[in-house]
Ligand binder design. Structure first.
Ligand code: SF4
Length: 434
């Protein structure tokens, strides 16, 4: 029988989709060439905004109409956070909570035997363990995303994720090392460590995120190590100093901001001020040559006044991010912010998004322009139809270059000559002529 996976949301979900694909293949199922023709269609959902929920429900309805005999499996954060959405979930044959994904092949077999609707959602408790999973292959051929942490204990007032993911749980270093060694043996050179609240890695098992970075950097064959999204205040001086000593560590920091206004951050239950955030950015820029700082910014959070939005905008402009993901606040049932009576109207959110995105596009262009004239190492990834190789520098600047002897996975030295809208153009430098 064939299966396909539809993935929504973050890099952690992407990793977990790969874990499920590996599990299905190990149990004799085949990945379908055409997603919509598969016998089993697995939807790995995201519930970070109501837009994500709508997309998932729309997909289920579409797949049900298109292929009525197929088996639809709904899993991920949406059923875990909202297990009582039973009516919507009835359209899926199998509904699996986040902690039950390892049971996917057995659950499918059980459904095949009697075709009875299955719902298997287990509520997380404070004693829940890290679900030990590993992957040996990834869709991208040079870079692998590896989940090392699950859960979050922070309860930002807008966020439903702690309810969907449970408390902080970390992957033991021994498991991480063997997973990375396996990926290295399959040719992966770059590892991105990801988690739901990655900065909290290790707090439950007496280790630290920097320990995970050190462990991965020490594995032969791995050339680059990156980190996923980080909570700014956890990037203290000790961590910065430790990371800066690792040659393989890539100076690209996604520091979650959410707002550049102190009052808004307080209502969000975030644990830093804009001044503290700026100091951390300055520390990173001092410790790492040519580092890139990227972030997420929410607009229209409950109670965000014009003045608060202006403060946030000015802050974002001042920092000069390399890239920003801007998104409007979405009320999530079950969170404290959803109960507030000072919600911002949708038209205002849309207008603030537009203004913030425009400002961030200017910063993005300024960052790309700042890379012109630099000589950087680029891991080649894909050759496009125009004969350009695409790859990334250590600070995750996308580079295109023409190089007839290029090969996916090779690391080449490139001189950056020009910036375009969302990438830079480089020229290959012959190693022997440097
Ligand atoms: S840190 Fe805040 S925003 Fe991030 S997952 Fe935890 S509660 Fe949600």
């Amino acid at each position: 029988m064939t299966f396909s996976i539809y993935n929504f949301g973050c890099k952690v979900n992407q990793y977990e989709s790969q874990v499920m694909a590996d599990l299905m293949i190990k149990n004799g199922y085949t990945l379908s060439e055409n997603k919509e023709d598969a016998h089993i269609m697995i939807i790995n959902s995201c519930t970070v905004t109501s837009v994500s929920d709508n997309k998932v429900m729309k997909l289920i309805r579409h797949l049900r109409r298109k292929n009525p005999d197929s088996i639809i499996v709904l899993t991920g954060c949406m059923p875990q956070a909202y297990p009582t959405m039973s009516e919507e979930f009835l359209q899926a044959d199998i509904v699996l909570g986040n902690s039950k994904r390892a049971e996917l092949p057995e659950t499918v077999s059980s459904f095949l035997s009697d075709r009875k609707h299955i719902v298997n959602i287990h509520k997380y408790t404070k004693n829940s363990d890290f679900e030990i999973t590993s992957v040996s292959n990834f869709e991208e051929r040079t870079r692998a995303f590896v989940k090392i942490e699950d859960g979050c204990n922070r309860y930002c007032s807008y966020c439903i994720i702690p309810y969907a993911r449970g408390p902080v749980r970390s992957k033991p270093l021994s498991v991480l090392k063997s997973e990375i060694a396996n990926l290295a043996s399959h040719g992966y050179k770059e590892i991105v460590l990801v988690g739901i609240n990655l900065s909290a890695y290790g707090q439950d098992i007496g280790t630290h995120l920097c320990g995970a970075v050190d462990a991965v950097c020490n594995i032969d064959g791995i050339e680059r190590v990156r980190l996923g999204s980080l909570e700014p205040e956890r990037m203290d001086n000790d961590s910065i100093s430790r990371l800066s000593k690792q040659d393989k560590f890539c100076p690209q920091f996604h520091l979650s901001l959410q707002s550049g206004c102190a009052e808004t951050l307080k209502r969000m239950n975030r644990h830093y001020t804009p001044d503290e955030y700026e100091q951390i950015v300055n520390n990173l820029r001092t410790a790492f040559d040519n580092c890139s700082i990227t972030t997420d910014v929410m607009v229209g959070f409950a109670g965000e006044s014009e003045d608060e939005f202006s403060q946030s905008l000015e802050f974002v402009e001042r920092i000069g991010f390399a890239k920003v993901h801007v998104f409007p606040y979405s009320q999530r049932e079950g969170t404290t912010a959803a109960k507030r009576t000072d919600q911002v109207r949708n038209e205002i959110k849309a207008e603030r998004s537009r203004i913030m995105i425009e400002a961030c596009e200017h910063s993005r262009q300024a960052f790309l322009n700042s890379q012109i004239g630099r000589t950087e190492q680029v891991i080649l990834e894909q050759l496009d139809s125009n004969g350009y190789w695409k790859g990334y520098t250590k600070n995750y600047t996308p580079v295109k270059l023409q190089y007839s002897d290029g090969k996916s996975g090779n690391i080449e030295t490139v001189h950056i000559v020009r910036a375009c809208e969302d990438y830079v153009v480089g020229e290959y430098i012959d190693k022997f002529c440097q």
